[in-house]
Design a protein around this ligand. Sequence first.
Ligand SMILES: O=C/C=C/C(C(=O)O)=C(/O)C(=O)O
Ligand SMILES: [Fe+2]
Length: 297
Amino acid sequence: MIELVDIAYVRSGAADLAGAVRFATEVVGLEHVDGGEPGVAHLRADGRHHCLAFVEGVSGVIASAFTVADPGALALAETELETRGFAVRRGDAAEARSRRVSEFVAFDDPFGNRIELVVGQQTLARPVRFARGSGITEFGHLCLDAPDITEAHRFWSTTFNARASDWIGDAACLMRIDEVHHKLAVFQGDRPGLCHVNFQVAELDDVFRNWHHLQDHDVVIEMGPGRHPQSGAVFLYFLGPEGLTYEYSYGVRRITDEAAWRPRFFDPAERGSIDMWLGPTQKPITQPQLIPEGIRP
Ligand SMILES: O=C/C=C/C(C(=O)O)=C(/O)C(=O)O
Ligand SMILES: [Fe+2]
């Protein structure tokens, strides 16, 4: 069993790098950390050097990354994945540098999502220079697509330490790797892909202020504001460039009594099972797909 300590970053291709950065800063509010690396833009939300990286080129997800404890744990993870039949690739020094990690390995999950396991993710000591006052406090969770979420849960809970916090029928499984209700979610989708990236905000007011900011900038609101009955968080999903869906949320549940928590099973057909405020719920309009292997940077 490989222990995931935290989520690390999402790395995504951007056909229009400047446009993706402009949206991530001026609209979402993230800091653009100038890494002096042509064709790569790092976006910061919290202590991590970055939690989102755009790489100029073909649009689509490159990888979703998780932290493991130390180089020894990474080496053990590499062996365990190989033993389980996964093709694991060690990143080289230039790739690790671009990711601001000391070492990483990459493999494809059983559904084709490219996953990276990292150690030594760089922390920046200085406060985040948010591009605007969106109230972001941290990179909250990432959400993958897979055709069969029962199988996805089996994979994440047997290969890794992910535990189901809640299920939404056969549409989604929300999983925790620490006290936070979910840092990883898998949604049912025909193909692998990245369903959304989540940023927590400090106050309920931030969700609503951001909602107005998005509307003022003609951003497509995909869902919300609403409240998820699973994590209890107030949410707002919106569509950015390159097909990337962002989510702001406030008030995610923490599961502090691990032994007492039992995953719940919500019926997606029940009105209110996605949004307790009974707002319109719909799937994201577009979802970024993985960049095909041959051309993935
Ligand atoms: O559709 C349900 C989504 C639930 C949650 C939550 O409970 O917070 C998410 O954040 C999500 O996976 O997007
Ligand atoms: Fe979410």
